[in-house]
Write a new protein. Structure first.
Length: 354
């Protein structure tokens, strides 16, 4: 091979080894000095990277994705009350969401159809006997409620215990009373703060599948924002607790009215609406049902009963919009009606979770 051709081939071997190795014969390396002969053989026999990369099989995942979990989740399965309560109140470390994350509290609902057997057309109290007369009020109206909460302090005092702030507003609206310009008949406002303490697993195991879940200590103010003679308000402290078993939950709460300064606009309010609340909830499948009784244990003709039923509007979104039915009978459906007895039914929608 001529020297010029040999030099050209060696140059190609350095710049384009794949081309050189295809064009150069190993015999051409014979007779070269040691360094050049090694470079010549390297150029011929150097491994050439493949233009096509091998396909690496994906690493197996231990956990399915969130979308796969939703797709494979069994429909119609009941939600265990204990699991729901733990997530709602963030009782365990894995349920914590941090502070000042706004969530739903009491039911958030709109009832376009709310019918009462006895509209309070002449509200009064012992200290304000003349609250006016409203003969134009209709028995069919609308009711709506907004209720939100946020955690202010996390892991305070006891293990996993939190401090919460909440606000609830309930309004009765004469929406169908166009003749009277559809006024709001009543609006109640309730800010509150409370301390939620989870019960440790060992202490909370009551046997028979029942578990003691939490204790709640709080203070609240409730008023209707009106001036005299329709003003109604009270301040109270409360102590509550919750128990669960499978898809059942039990709740008990005692309200203690705090001292009132000046004239009491609503005497004996605790005797009428009840100082003790007892509730039972059932979560069979997609449906939820709850019954709440309020009593003072002094007069069984007072207090109230309230039944609530919900079901998803869309089964694929059980935490979203739900059908909502509410039945109420007794005293205190609103602050203005604290001493007025009525039975009502409401049909509409509730936002299960924000």
């Amino acid at each position: 091979m001529k020297p010029t051709a040999s030099r050209l081939i060696r140059a190609l071997a350095v710049a384009f080894p794949a081309v050189a190795s295809a064009a150069q014969d190993p015999a051409s390396c014979v007779g070269l000095d040691d360094a050049k002969r090694l470079a010549c053989y390297d150029a011929i026999y150097r491994p050439v990277p493949s233009a096509v990369q091998p396909i690496v099989p994906p690493v197996a995942r231990d956990e399915p994705s969130a979308r796969e979990q939703v797709a494979t989740a069994p429909s119609g399965r009941g939600l265990e009350a204990g699991d729901y309560l733990a997530k709602f109140w963030e009782l365990a470390p894995e349920d914590k969401r941090g502070t000042f994350v706004v969530r739903t509290y009491q039911p958030n609902f709109l009832l376009p159809a709310h019918y009462s057997t006895s509209i309070n057309r002449a509200p009064s109290s012992p200290t304000h006997p003349d609250g006016g007369s409203f003969p134009q009020y209709r028995q069919t109206e609308a009711e709506l409620q907004l209720s939100l909460r946020a955690k202010a302090l996390e892991n305070v005092g006891f293990s996993n215990a939190d401090v919460w702030l909440a606000y609830t507003q309930q309004s009765i609206w004469q929406m169908w009373n166009g003749q009277d310009s559809a006024p709001f008949r009543s609006s109640d406002y309730q800010p509150e703060g409370f301390y939620v303490v989870p019960i440790p697993d060992k202490m909370g195991d009551l046997g028979g599948g029942w578990r003691w879940r939490m204790v709640q200590l709080g203070v609240a103010h409730e008023s209707n924002g009106y001036g005299l003679p329709l003003s109604r308000s009270w301040n109270y402290a409360y102590l509550g607790t919750n128990f669960t078993r499978d898809d059942f939950a039990l709740r008990a709460r005692f309200n203690q009215r705090l001292g009132e300064q000046g004239v009491d606009d609503n005497p004996h309010i605790a005797d009428y609406i009840g100082s003790t609340e007892l509730g039972v909830a059932w979560l069979p499948g997609e449906t939820t049902m709850q019954l709440t009784a309020r009593t003072s244990f002094k007069d069984w003709n007072r207090g109230s009963l309230k039944f609530e039923w919900t079901r998803p509007v869309w089964s694929a979104k059980p935490d979203g919009l739900r059908w909502y039915v509410q039945l109420f009978s007794g005293y205190g459906e609103t602050m203005l009606d604290y001493n007025h007895r009525q039975t009502s039914i409401g049909l509409g929608f509730t936002l299960f979770q924000l």
